[in-house]
Design a protein. Sequence first.
Lengths: 146, 150
Amino acid sequence: LPLNPPVGPDNVVLAHDDLAILPQSLLIRHISPDHHVVLDENRNVRRISSAAFAATSGDPDFGMSVDINQLLAEQALPAGHVVPQGMGAVSLIVADLRGKGLRVGSDPTPTNEFHGQVWGVKQATRKAVHRLVKGWVVPLSGVALL
Amino acid sequence: VALAYDHSYSDTADFSPRGGGVKRASDVTAFSGPDWMSRAAQRFVDLIRLPVGWDGHQGHPVSPPIADYAYRFLQKLMLQPGLTLPSITPLAYGGIMLEWHRRGWDVEIEIDAPAQHHVYTYEIASGLEEQFVLGPRLDRLRDIVSKIAD
């Protein structure tokens, strides 16, 4: 890297697929213990809701926020470096997401230079994204992934 | 699922089927009704008061019109005898998900705008999975809800 995401006239990063983000790279999605964990009576567990993988507000390209571990690793920072205190986090593999037709790119923010997006996470895709979760980065005690 | 409201509500409560919806936390304390209603009302109020970034990324609070609609919609669903209160989860763009995982079914209803519902169902025994957009008539949902009720 460096990554140079394309920017629109309003200075918003445009949806793109940046091949500099390697297929085996991990993406980090934060999980709120208060709002993303549900009781599953069928499986007798508390687990992550697929609601945790919703696109962020107002993005016409259905972008879902993530941290790009490849950027963190280049600075020798752990995958959970920007996960807020008290939050959990899970990982997704870039190649798995691209295999579903989703695009992955960087979208740095003033508070998170490692921030990226997975574009194309519509309602029907969210379940598939949930099933692609590789594992915990910052585990929530007693909470199952699926 | 009957579509008519047949509960008794406080006329002074803003947060009622005839009222203006979720506007203030005090609406909840003024509300009178079954216990599940108070719990649901408090949950909806909490969700519209979420700070931007509540999800650790850039998530937005639940939109008040969506919370208001979801609460009214839930009232209709809860007319089904034996139905338990669902998990009420916020979506980062400001929508709401109502979800049950019980009696061998996963049922998730996403509300992304008032009167816009996307339904996901999964029957564990058969492996049958379905996703559909729910129209203004809730007939299709009646069968599903009866399956997850006690």
